[in-house]
Every structure is written in structure tokens, then in C-alpha cells.
Ligand binder design. Structure first.
Ligand SMILES: Nc1nc2c(ncn2[C@@H]2O[C@H](COP(=O)(O)OP(=O)(O)OP(=O)(O)O)[C@@H](O)[C@H]2O)c(=O)[nH]1
Length: 448
């Protein structure tokens, strides 16, 4: 996984939060300090770290958790949101709009450029595009053979001439060649042997002028950490159509520094390299990346589901009245269960709740999910009258319901007990307490 070490450190900071019994100022400050330490160790620029953690701390201390979410959940949400913003906020996918779309890749020698070109070609091929590669590296004859070797197994053609000395001419001829072949995407790989960024950018300008690419992609070595800032900035200023691939994020201790430094320039990171194999290239999406980094499953999904859950949890005024008068029936309970069912497998929901996913024993989740299903099956075998007036369900009805639903008398009784308990609790409660309890019941009252 990319940035494994940073992920682990951030994850343990949040785990500590999830485990703490209270969430006060001292807890928040400790979490923030842990996050600071983790980021600085990943070579993220200290000034950026301080800015980021100050925002997290301020929000965590000042903002109130939205209804239905705990303070812990809210803090995790804040950390997630701020880290996402830190890495560019939105995904900026590579778009293939025209046929052919011409891409030019540049990058300093050793950055992983040639490998990334092969990976990108394969990535696009897997998405159904026919891709042609042009090697315009006139400095290193081996580059052509290296590229060929990488993509040959996939039937991707490489245009090049190891004896040609004019990079601009090679690039132009290569693009013409593939245009005539009707490919969807042409990727032109330029030379990496430049003494510095200015040489690199100069060649990029010349080739750009000749082939008019739709996009220029800079490949940056993720192991250089925050030094990536200057490279990305110089590049961003030189081309209005630039995007970036940050390589070697697998196992690099400084990858977090490189990613955040590039993001700080505002240049879009479109892919990250996460290994030496041809498939080790991932489209970069800050949201998904941060969710995975924090090791908390799909947090985006969680936020959405929390929102839905909250809507479902909101008891209508008339419902509250009804419950207060003790008129809560099985149908009402059924509606609650159905609302839960709509939101997908319970286990999945529970796992997405930061903090809970860690502590939840597998058995508890299984029982909850199974029980919910059984309740539903049992209620499907009840008549309308029984659902509305459960008090009429006597022993012979229980036997019939058990038979009809393929369950047992014991299970039908269990459901009725659950109902009676809920009803008893609703009765005689004040409004405020009731809505609080209702929220709890959606998760806690069903034997989960
Ligand atoms: N672990 C890891 N290694 C990578 C990644 N990308 C590239 N590499 C390795 O980095 C080394 C240099 O990669 P090349 O593709 O030859 O890069 P380059 O030197 O920029 O290419 P040119 O400038 O064209 O010569 C190779 O050993 C690659 O296997 C990555 O994402 N992860």
C-alpha cells in the first residue's frame, strides 16, 4: 500500500481517539500532536503541517457534532476532510476526449518516467483505448528498448529510432505515424537526462510546440519528499495543461511529503505509482486515498450513509405523539427495520462507522444482521391486524406465524418480547428523552 507507514501512524492516532472514554480538549490536542508527528515523519513541510493541524484542532474544539453523530465520529470526519483538502480535494481524472488524444510525458532521469509511460499505456488499454507509444529519448538509446520490453507482452506498439538524434523530429514523426494508424491515445515519452529542471522544461516546450499535446504529464519521484514542490511549481508555471504522476509511493518514507508538496502548488496529481509492476499505477483521488490511508474503509460512503441514517432516524412529530400515548405497533417497528434494510448490509454500515469498526466483534455483527432478517421474515407472515395490534397475537397465532415464516415459536416470541420492551420504554417518556432513545434504538435496541 502507498504510504503505509504514514497510514499506520495516522490510524493509530485515530484509534487512540476511538478508544478514549471522553473527548475533551486534552484528548483533541493529543490526537492533533500525533497527526503532526506522523506527517512530519513523512517529510511533509513543517509549515504546512502546522497550518493543517491548527485547522483540525480549531474545528474539533469549536464545531458541534451534527445530530446523530458522536464527537469522536465528528473529529474523524474533520481529520478526513482536512487531509483530503490538503491533497487536492477533488479527483482530477485524465480525460480522453478527442481521437487521438496526444499526451507528452516529461520527468528527470530516475523519476520512473519510462515505467510510468508503460503503466499508463496499459491502464488506458485496459479501459478499451488503443494506445501508441513514441520514444523521443535521444539521449539514452536503451530507453526505446526498455519501453518496448515493458509493453510488448500487451501488444502495445512503440515508435522510435535509437539512432535518431533529433528529439523534436522523432516526436513529430511518431505522432504522425500513430495518427495514420487510428489509435485513440498517443503517449510521447521524452528524454529524462537533463541536468536540471530548466533543461527538462526547455525540451518540453520545444516538443510541445511541435506536437501540440492535449496534456503534458510530469513524472515526479515520490522519494524526494517535499523537494517535489519546486519541480512541480516550475512545471506548473511553464505549462497550462500539466498534470502530475507521483511515483514510488510504495515503501517510500517521504511520499507524504511529495504528495502534499505537489498538491500545494495546485498542480493536479492524476496518478500515483505504487510499485514496479506494470499494473502498479492508480488514478489519484484524494478522498479515496485518505480513506484508505486512515484505514477506515470507505469514509465517503460512511458520511453519506450517516446522513441517510439520520434522515431515517428522525421521528416525525406525529410518531412521537403516537409513541408517547403508547400506540407504537409492530408496523412501526417494521418500518424502522425496513429503513435499516434499505441502507445495505448492516455489517457494512457498522464497519464504516469510525471507531466502531475496530471494536465490534465479528459475532455481534453476524447476530445483528441475522436477527434483522429473521424479524423481517416473521413479520411478513403476520396479518395486517396482527401487525397493527400485536396484543392479539396469542399462542395459536404464534404457532401459525412460526410455521408460515419457517421459524420457531421461540423466535416469534423473541420478536414480540423485543416489541414489548420497546413499547414499555416509549411509554411515559418525555419527548426529549424519547427522541434520544429512538436514535439509540435504531442501533442498540435490536440486539446488535
Ligand atoms: N517501487 C517502485 N519503483 C518504481 C516505480 N516507478 C518506477 N520505479 C522504478 O524506478 C526505476 C527507474 O524507473 P524508469 O522508468 O527507468 O525511470 P526513468 O529513469 O525516469 O526513465 P528515463 O528517464 O526515461 O530513463 C526502475 O527501477 C523502476 O522499476 C514505483 O511506482 N514504485
Amino acid at each position: 500500500m502507498a504510504l503505509e507507514k504514514l497510514g499506520k501512524a495516522l490510524n493509530s492516532a485515530l484509534k487512540k481517539l476511538a478508544r478514549s472514554s471522553t473527548v475533551d480538549e486534552a484528548t483533541i490536542k493529543e490526537v492533533v500532536r500525533d497527526i503532526q508527528r506522523a506527517l512530519i515523519q513523512a517529510d511533509v513541510n513543517v509549515r504546512l503541517v502546522l497550518q493543517l493541524t491548527k485547522t483540525i484542532e480549531k474545528r474539533a474544539l469549536e464545531e458541534k457534532a451534527p445530530a446523530g453523530a458522536s464527537k469522536k465520529e465528528h473529529i474523524i470526519q474533520i481529520v478526513y476532510e482536512e487531509l483530503t483538502k490538503f491533497l487536492g480535494k477533488e479527483a482530477r481524472p485524465l480525460e480522453i476526449r478527442e481521437k487521438p488524444t496526444v499526451l507528452l510525458t516529461v520527468g528527470i532521469q530516475g523519476s520512473g518516467k519510462t515505467t510510468s509511460v508503460a503503466k499508463l499505456a496499459r491502464h488506458l488499454q485496459k479501459r478499451g483505448y488503443k494506445v501508441g507509444l513514441v520514444c523521443s529519448d535521444t539521449w539514452r538509446p536503451g530507453a526505446y528498448y526498455q519501453l518496448k520490453q515493458l509493453v510488448e507482452p500487451f501488444g502495445i506498439e512503440v515508435f522510435g529510432d535509437p539512432n535518431e538524434k533529433d528529439a523534436v523530429r522523432l516526436a513529430r514523426e511518431g505522432v504522425e505515424y500513430f495518427k495514420n494508424k487510428g489509435v485513440d491515445v498517443i503517449i510521447v515519452d521524452s528524454a529524462g537526462r537533463h541536468k536540471d529542471e530548466s533543461g527538462l522544461i526547455e525540451e518540453m516546450k520545444q516538443i510541445s510546440e511541435a506536437i501540440k499535446p492535449h496534456e503534458v504529464i510530469l513524472v515526479i519521484d515520490g522519494t524526494i519528499g517535499q523537494q517535489a514542490y519546486n519541480q512541480a511549481l516550475a512545471f506548473k508555471e511553464a505549462t497550462p495543461i500539466g498534470s502530475i504522476i507521483v511515483t514510488k509511493l510504495d515503501g517510500s518514507a517521504k511520499g507524504g511529503g511529495a504528495l502534499s508538496a505537489v498538491a500545494a502548488t495546485g498542480a493536479p496529481i492524476k496518478f500515483i505509482g505504487v510499485g514496479e509492476r506494470i499494473d502498479d499505477l492508480e488514478p489519484f483521488d484524494p478522498k479515496r486515498f485518505v480513506s484508505r490511508l486512515l484505514g477506515m474503509g470507505d469514509i465517503e460512503g460512511l458520511l453519506q450513509k450517516l446522513e441517510e441514517l439520520q434522515k431515517e432516524r428522525e421521528f416525525k412529530e406525529e410518531d412521537v405523539e403516537k409513541f408517547l400515548k403508547g400506540k407504537f405497533n409492530l408496523k412501526d417497528m417494521y418500518a424502522q427495520l425496513e429503513a435499516m434494510g434499505k441502507m445495505g448490509p448492516l455489517k457494512q454500515i457498522l464497519q464504516m462507522i469510525p471507531g466502531l469498526g475496530y471494536s465490534l466483534p465479528e459475532d455481534a455483527v453476524k447476530v445483528g444482521e441475522e436477527k434483522l432478517n429473521r424479524y423481517r421474515v416473521i413479520m411478513d407472515s403476520m396479518t395486517e391486524e396482527e401487525l397493527e395490534h400485536p396484543e392479539i397475537i396469542n399462542y395459536s397465532r404464534i404457532k401459525r406465524i412460526a410455521r408460515g415464516s419457517g421459524t420457531s415459536v421461540k423466535e416469534v416470541r423473541e420478536l414480540l418480547n423485543q416489541y414489548n420492551q420497546m413499547k414499555k420504554m416509549f411509554k411515559g417518556m418525555d419527548k426529549r428523552k424519547l427522541s434520544k432513545m429512538a436514535k439509540k434504538f435504531n442501533f442498540g435496541g435490536l440486539g446488535i
